[in-house]
Design a protein around this ligand. Structure first.
Ligand SMILES: Cc1cc2nc3c(=O)[nH]c(=O)nc-3n(C[C@H](O)[C@H](O)[C@H](O)COP(=O)(O)OP(=O)(O)OC[C@H]3O[C@@H](n4cnc5c(N)ncnc54)[C@H](O)[C@@H]3O)c2cc1C
Length: 482
């Protein structure tokens, strides 16, 4: 029986995958199939799913950002910390992927991020190479700033306190020089109170094209490889049927946990790891190695109830450390008690995390170990915490009656209790190690990866626009190779 065939099959219709699907289906003679493990929302304009409007929840507490539902989150949990606590590694599972559950911070990576990419095995990914693609992303993704007069009380306090300790004001945190000791308006991608993830931008604009087919609830098991060439994928459909589909090009865009998992199930990875799972090793590559994250922790500022007013956007402002070690933003946590926080996320990552399969079953969660206990036990948060203590002592904070309710508490204890991640996993299929500069998997023809898994080193801030940039660029690479 002949199997279905498409020019391009995209595994994962998320942030990068949604952008790539849009661009690749612009040419009507190219047939494109998107296989997405989570649901699609083909009538989202007429019948918006509840989570869409979460984009206006920026003043709400942290759980308010698109709170996970079993249907739209992968429910991944990290390896236990020393006290047994596990971190919830949230990932969007639907068309739009994590861009439809995220905090809508829409920032470009820094030009020097791409200098570091070039130094780490990605020579074709300098700032000049990627900037036109960021600009393209912004033609379809609304990026907005909220003027200071509309800021919430905690945001006002946050900005004033950073300026008081010598941080410079910038109007636009996407300006190439908006780094290294600055505080300013934090751009976000929201419109009509809806987060502008790829479901409602790239995919909405493309879904009626006859050459684009989107299949939700289709979980890709593995890539079909014949004579060193990707010829299609095997997936499990909504009714648990196993299906094979052929493709000239297979593009993996399953995200930092999804794409390494598909490669490993396909026999592409560390040769010593796979046979124990009943997987025949085909190509030996460091898949699932060098995983990265941005550790994050909030430090409390206890004020009067009005400080935690959530009727206005809660994080329209952020600061970037002198020396780029972290970034920070304000949070209102409880309107009844006035509990607020300064959140700090570490920008640099040691790249020592690990993703391994627990089974060859595509429905099984991988083992995810971001080595977060090492971060807790290290001095990496010391500078952020010292800066927070300095901020807590400024007149901008004390004149509002706000205090650090944990002054004197050991930092390690605070980190052990509540350090988490910024939900920014990256790596596992890195450019230079697993894929080449054109995002082609080493040793396999016609197989590419484009999503956060290909970052050679982590970027210094929030990654969703960078993932869209990758989706834009991989589409051009595929078009050029035709
Ligand atoms: C709660 C939260 C808040 C965040 N806040 C921000 C923020 O404010 N700003 C920012 O820039 N970034 C933020 N991020 C991070 C950002 O959203 C992600 O880094 C980015 O969206 C990742 O894009 P991606 O293309 O790599 O993966 P994703 O967007 O996650 O897409 C991967 C897609 O592949 C699908 N998939 C995976 N495996 C398979 C398979 N085997 N078969 C079929 N489909 C599969 C997934 O379901 C998903 O749809 C946040 C993330 C989270 C979770």
């Amino acid at each position: 029986m002949s199997r279905e065939h498409f020019d391009v099959v995209i595994v994962g219709g998320g942030t990068a995958g949604g952008a790539a699907a849009h661009r690749l289906s612009e040419d009507t003679d190219r047939s494109v199939l998107v296989l997405e493990a989570g649901p699609d929302f083909p009538d989202e304009i007429a019948n918006p799913p509840a989570f869409l409007t979460g984009g206006n929840a920026l003043g709400h507490n942290f759980a308010g950002i698109g709170a996970p539902t079993p249907e739209t989150d992968w429910d991944y949990w990290g390896e236990p910390l020393a006290d047994g606590r596990r971190l919830h590694h949230r990932r969007g599972k639907m068309i739009g992927g994590s861009s439809m559950v995220n905090g809508t911070i829409a920032v470009r990576a820094a030009p020097r991020d791409f200098d570091r990419w070039r130094e780490h095995g990605a020579p074709g990914w300098g700032w000049g190479d990627v900037k036109p693609y960021f600009e393209r992303v912004e033609t379809i993704t609304p990026v907005r700033r909220v003027a200071p007069e509309h800021w919430s009380p905690v945001a006002q306090m946050f900005a004033e306190s950073f300026r008081e300790i010598g941080y410079s004001w910038v109007e636009d945190m996407n300006a190439p020089d908006a780094w290294d000791g600055i505080v300013g308006q934090w751009p976000s991608n929201r419109k009509n109170a809806v987060r502008q993830g790829t479901l409602v931008t790239y995919v909405r604009a493309a879904r009626t094209r006859p050459n684009l087919e989107i299949r939700g609830h289709c979980l890709t098991d593995r890539v079909l490889i014949e004579n060193g060439r990707a010829v299609g994928v095997r997936y499990v459909d909504a009714g648990d049927g196993v299906c094979d589909v052929g493709a000239n090009v297979v593009l993996l865009a399953g995200g930092a946990y999804g794409s390494p998992s598909v490669l490993l199930r396909s026999g592409i990875g560390p040769a010593d790891e796979l046979p124990a799972l009943g997987i025949e090793p085909l190509v030996t590559l460091p898949v699932g190695r060098n995983m990265m994250e941005h550790p994050q922790c909030f430090f409390y500022a206890q004020g009067r109830p009005e400080l935690a007013d959530m009727t206005l956007p809660g994080w329209p402002v952020a600061a970037r450390a002198k020396g780029d070690g972290w970034w920070s933003f304000p949070l209102a946590l409880d309107e009844d008690t006035g509990l607020c926080a300064y959140t700090f996320a570490l920008a640099e990552d040691t790249g020592e995390g690990l993703l391994t399969l627990t089974s060859s079953d595509p429905a099984a969660s991988p083992r995810i170990d971001h080595r977060m206990q090492d971060v807790i036990d290290s001095d990496r948060f010391d500078h952020a915490h010292a800066t927070f203590r300095e901020l807590a002592a400024t007149g901008s904070v004390t004149s509002r009656g706000a205090v650090d309710p944990e002054a004197g508490r050991p930092l390690r204890e605070i980190l052990q209790e509540r350090m988490g991640t910024a939900f920014h996993p990256a790596g596992g299929c890195q450019i230079g190690r697993v894929v080449d500069d054109d995002l082609l998997v080493h040793g396999v023809e016609s197989l590419r990866v484009a999503d956060a898994s290909v970052f050679p080193v982590h970027i210094l801030n929030n990654p969703s626009l960078t993932c869209m940039m990758l989706g834009e660029r991989v589409a051009d690479l595929i078009k050029g190779a035709k």
